[in-house]
Design a protein around this ligand. Structure first.
Ligand SMILES: Nc1nc2c(c(=O)[nH]1)N[C@H]1C(S)=C(S)[C@@H](COP(=O)(O)OP(=O)(O)OC[C@H]3O[C@@H](n4cnc5c(=O)[nH]c(N)nc54)[C@H](O)[C@@H]3O)O[C@H]1N2
Ligand SMILES: Nc1nc2c(c(=O)[nH]1)N[C@H]1C(S)=C(S)[C@@H](COP(=O)(O)OP(=O)(O)OC[C@H]3O[C@@H](n4cnc5c(=O)[nH]c(N)nc54)[C@H](O)[C@@H]3O)O[C@H]1N2
Ligand SMILES: [Mo]
Length: 607
């Protein structure tokens, strides 16, 4: 949360709100929001492609054009694509109502965190855990599959400030591992083996909470028997972690360490299995709030209601990792709050399809991003600084009424306004989903969280509550070490391990100045660089190839990267301007469908 600093009638800076409990500093990306506010890349008026160029048009023409495209298309050949550029309830969620009223296709929202949420629910019946204040009180923290010093800097700062002993698990010596007390490098896709090895060690030491296990859990014996095969020799052989390091990690957990589980794990091979296994360590410790993955499901906010799933349904759901390759199935794509051409596997194909004239691509965004550059219709949106909305967090329990602190730039209009205008033009203005005032929809969606919009508006911030950590919404009503719901679905009831294929593994880590593909203008775009072990260096440039697609990158030798790992920072274009995601693996993982971006096995050859 921030307080605006206004100079000469314009927003000049954001100062962290002193009363806000999650540390008082604004990250460089927060500051860039102010720079971006008046950037030349801002879209000021609707733009329509005409003869290869954009022409500025009024909103009436833009709405009519979009409505006409939607009216004449088969709704099953229309898809909406949105993600989390802004986490506001009105910005992100509400606009899907138009498309659910029409019965178009949708994505599965799997790109970021879905795999871990689904994996955790198999055992816990929920996916939420630790709060910031609990992390701040921890004496030991394991950052697992997260480059926290870069991507989770407030959590990192809390742990550092608390002088917690820090362990970190990654496939390369990232900034986080370099600053950790216990850096642990694993082979890509093998975290599940390490986590089960730790569980085995704790069980064989007798260092688990017998009371908790007896009273609150199901299937412990089967789990204890299963983990026997994950002995220190096996862990070393598969994950590359030596017995000494394994022991130190087990010591840390024995002392009550907490874990921050990175979303990144869900984007790896065996990633859901790793998340399951890591969380179960905290089951052994009798500490159901001992891990943090994402608390978005903790508050009870009814996102489905906002999206209108009570009165409308998508005709089909496409996994985000497969959308690029499935683009031929669609005639119209409407995008907001997201930059899929750059951020989705094979997202470049969306651009190609639009350029060929096979796809009518419309986007509602603040700036002319890479998807907008390929689009047929571009609509200007106000940023969170220019509009009111309601914001929740993936982490802390404060619900915030976000009040505009700047005038909307140009003719930018909020997302809910646009979809309601389109609904009217389509004769859907009276549809139950479109007739409800968007703020009334927000109010309804907040009720299960025990908050009314009026109260939130009056108070600005409301503290939300998690459920009882000792109640588990599983078939047995207990924490299931042995997941009966997985068994029922034909999945492995215990976290399973499949040995990764041999080859070079392309993987990604965040960088400090960008949020995914945002702020390229403000801070410069990330270079097309892959960091490799000096022994893997094959000239200045190399091609990464997979499934007949290749991208050209610059190689930089870095001893912090183990052999076989290809580490990219950020989500850049390649050396020839192609989105690097053209080559990544979009195969959905089994539980939440998140693509295996971070275990992309490629051929590396000179070019
Ligand atoms: N500065 C900054 N902060 C961000 C973002 C940003 O773009 N920039 N993005 C935000 C978003 S959308 C998200 S989802 C989160 C991202 O948070 P995470 O998804 O946790 O991703 P990162 O912190 O980038 O780090 C992921 C790490 O996982 C490692 N890794 C890859 N494969 C494996 C594996 O098999 N095992 C293990 N143990 N590690 C592996 C990579 O080397 C990398 O260092 O960060 C958020 N915060
Ligand atoms: N190779 C590779 N690919 C990845 C990842 C990776 O680590 N490696 N990470 C994945 C992850 S975790 C994620 S979450 C996705 C992110 O994928 P995207 O959601 O596509 O990511 P961003 O680049 O953050 O794009 C957000 C867009 O929202 C816009 N925006 C911001 N505020 C608003 C607003 O108020 N209204 C509207 N209408 N638009 C707004 C911004 O201008 C920007 O264009 O990328 C995924 N792709
Ligand atoms: Mo994400």
């Amino acid at each position: 949360m921030f307080e605006p600093i206004v100079a000469g009638g314009k927003l000049a800076d954001l100062r962290p709100a002193r009363w806000f409990p999650v540390l008082g500093f604004t990250c460089p990306r927060g500051r860039a929001d102010v720079k971006r506010l008046y950037s030349e890349r801002r879209i000021k008026r609707p733009l329509l492609r005409s003869g290869g160029n954009f022409i500025e048009v009024g909103w009436n023409r833009a709405i009519a054009e979009l409505a006409e495209r939607l009216r004449s298309a088969d709704p099953r050949r229309v898809i909406h694509v949105e993600y989390d550029g802004n986490q506001g309830l009105l910005t992100w969620y509400y606009p899907a109502r138009l498309f659910n009223a029409l019965g178009t296709a949708s994505t599965d929202y799997s790109i970021c965190s879905a795999e871990g949420h689904a994996a955790l629910k198999l055992h816990w019946g929920r996916s939420w855990g630790m709060l910031p204040e609990e992390l701040a009180a921890a004496r030991a923290v394991v950052f697992w599959g997260v480059n926290a010093a870069i991507s989770f800097i407030h959590g990192w700062a809390l742990a550092k400030r608390a002088r917690a002993t820090i362990a970190a698990v990654d496939v390369a010596l990232t900034e986080t591992l370099k600053a950790a007390d216990l850096p642990v490098v694993v082979r890509p896709g093998t975290d599940v083996v390490l986590a089960l090895g730790i569980a085995r060690e704790l069980i064989s030491r007798g260092s688990y909470d017998r009371h908790f296990v007896e009273r609150y859990s199901y299937g412990f014996e089967k789990f204890a028997e299963y983990v026997q095969r994950f002995d220190p020799q096996y862990v070393e052989a598969e994950a590359g972690v030596d017995p000494q390091t394994l022991k130190k990690l087990a010591d840390l957990y024995e002392s009550g360490a907490k874990t921050v589980i990175g979303f990144s794990l869900g984007r790896t091979l065996n990633g859901g299995e790793a998340v399951r296994a890591i969380s179960l360590i905290h089951g052994l410790l009798g500490d159901p709030l001992g891990f943090f993955y994402s608390n978005s499901g903790a508050w009870g906010i009814d996102f489905d209601y906002l999206r209108g799933l009570h009165a409308g349904r998508p005709s089909s759901v496409v996994p985000m990792g497969l959308l690029g390759n499935a683009v031929d199935k669609f005639d119209v794509m409407y995008v907001w709050n997201s930059n899929p051409v750059m951020t989705l596997p094979q997202g470049d194909r969306i651009c190609e399809s639009a350029r060929r004239g096979d796809l009518f691509l419309a986007i509602h965004d603040l700036i002319l991003n890479e998807t907008a550059e390929c689009a047929d219709l571009v609509l200007p949106a106000p940023s969170y600084l220019e509009k009111d909305d309601v914001m929740y967090s993936y982490w802390h329990n404060l619900l915030v009424y976000n009040r505009a602190v700047a005038q909307p730039v140009g003719e930018s209009r909020p997302e809910h306004w646009v979809v309601r205008e389109v609904a009217k033009a389509l004769g859907l203005g009276h549809h139950v989903l479109m007739a409800e005032d968007p703020w009334d929809a927000v109010d309804r969606a907040l009720r299960p969280a025990g908050v009314s919009l009026a109260e939130l508006r009056a108070r600005g911030v409301v503290v939300l509550r998690r459920g009882d950590p000792m109640r588990f919404n599983t078939p047995s009503g207990k924490l299931e070490f042995y997941s009966t719901s997985a068994e029922r679905r034909g999945a492995s009831p215990l976290p399973a391990y499949a040995r990764p294929a041999a080859g070079y593994v392309l993987t990604f880590t965040s960088e400090p100045l960008h949020t995914n593909t945002q702020f390229f203008k403000e801070y410069g775009a990330p270079p097309p660089v892959v960091y490799v072990n000096p022994e893997d260096l094959k000239g200045d440039y190399a091609c990464l190839e997979r499934d007949g697609v290749s991208v050209k990158v610059r190689l930089v030798a870095d001893p912090a990267v183990p052999r076989g790992v290809l580490l990219m920072r950020g989500i850049p274009r390649d050396a020839e301007g192609r989105p690097v995601n053209a080559v990544v693996d979009g195969t959905p993982n089994p539980y939440g469908g998140t693509p295996r971006i971070n275990t992309t096995v490629v051929d590396l050859r000179p070019c």
